[in-house]
Ligand binder design. Structure first.
Ligand code: SF4
Length: 311
């Protein structure tokens, strides 16, 4: 059976987990291509106007796959860690997209507050495979995810570089810039108009949360006066504090228009950066964002950083 996986949202966090699991269970996988203008247009046409840009993009990726596969895979992400949750748009996404799709949608519940046994039961029911087979395939998949995470941290790779098996090992330099934001904004080079290459071509070292040890992010997140309820925002805030500890030259925070959690942590990031005297550039993306405007703001920010700290 051909199963489609959209290259959107949590793909950048979980790709090796789901692909190893599903291939281990005998599915043939089709991953949607990198985001392009046609996918963006499909998503904007199908999604509700009030949806955030990453959700619209996900609609586009699902639409690009639906005629090519027997079913689509989009788990219902609720909680991965104790007392934290994914945003409500991610929790409700399978219900939002299902009526629009021409193919069947497989959306097992991922709520690790209920324990691994319940996850296995969910996967077994949704994918029509025995629990024992799922348990074994999930064990392989978790080990594959752990290797992927470790490779990104040790070799300072982005998820796409790690997935492609690259061994880049970026050289840490004095010209580190901390990049903050959801992985689906940081690593979708169509959405952010090639931000990472843009920085590298100008001699800056882009540091992201995926390149830091999770213990450091966790320790930094615990410095907040109140624990954040949303898991992805807790990771972004922990990374912001870690970047300030690492004394990056500046921070770029990429957020998405119509994202409630982003609006809230934007204020917290701005406050922390101001207190430490670290320059901060905030870029808010929507489907109308133009390349020329974005690059002009980036050029001005990088020029300012260079004047503050000449090489
Ligand atoms: S966290 Fe923000 S950008 Fe991500 S899905 Fe939720 S609303 Fe959209």
């Amino acid at each position: 059976m051909k199963l489609g996986i959209p290259r959107a949202l949590l793909y950048y966090d979980h790709a090796p987990l789901w692909s190893t699991l599903l291939e281990g269970l005998g599915f043939e996988l089709v991953i949607s291509p990198p985001t392009n203008k046609a996918i963006l247009d499909l998503g904007v046409n199908r999604a509700p106007d009030e949806a955030c840009l990453p959700v619209k993009i996900c609609y586009g990726h699902l639409a690009a796959l639906e005629e090519k596969v027997d079913a689509l895979f989009l788990p219902r992400m609720v909680s991965e860690r104790p007392k934290t949750f994914f945003c409500p748009k991610l929790m409700g996404l399978p219900d939002m997209v299902r009526p629009e799709l021409a193919a069947e949608l497989f959306s097992p519940l991922v709520d690790l507050r209920r324990g691994k046994r319940e996850l296995i039961r969910q996967l077994s029911d949704t994918l029509d495979r025995g629990q024992r087979q799922v348990r074994e395939a999930l064990g392989f998949a978790e080990r594959s995810l752990n290797r992927f995470l470790k490779k990104m941290q040790e070799e300072k790779l982005t998820p796409l570089e790690a997935l492609a098996g690259r061994s880049l090992r970026r050289k840490a330099s004095q010209r580190q810039i901390g990049l903050l934001g959801h992985p689906y904004l940081l690593y979708d080079s169509f959405l952010n108009m090639g931000l990472i290459s843009f920085l590298e071509e100008r001699g800056f070292f882009p540091l992201t949360a995926q390149m830091l040890p999770p213990q450091q992010i966790q320790r930094c997140a615990e410095k907040l006066p109140k624990k954040l309820f949303w898991s992805m925002e807790a990771e972004i805030m922990g990374s912001a504090i870690a970047f300030l500890e690492e004394q990056v030259m500046g921070i770029i925070h990429i957020s998405s228009f119509a994202c409630g959690p982003d609006a809230m942590i934007g204020e917290l990031i701005s406050l922390r950066a101001k207190q430490s005297g670290t320059p901060l550039l905030e870029l808010n993306l929507d489907e109308q964002t133009g390349q020329a405007g974005l690059q002009t703001r980036l050029e001005a920010f990088l020029d300012m950083l260079q004047r503050r700290c000449p090489a």
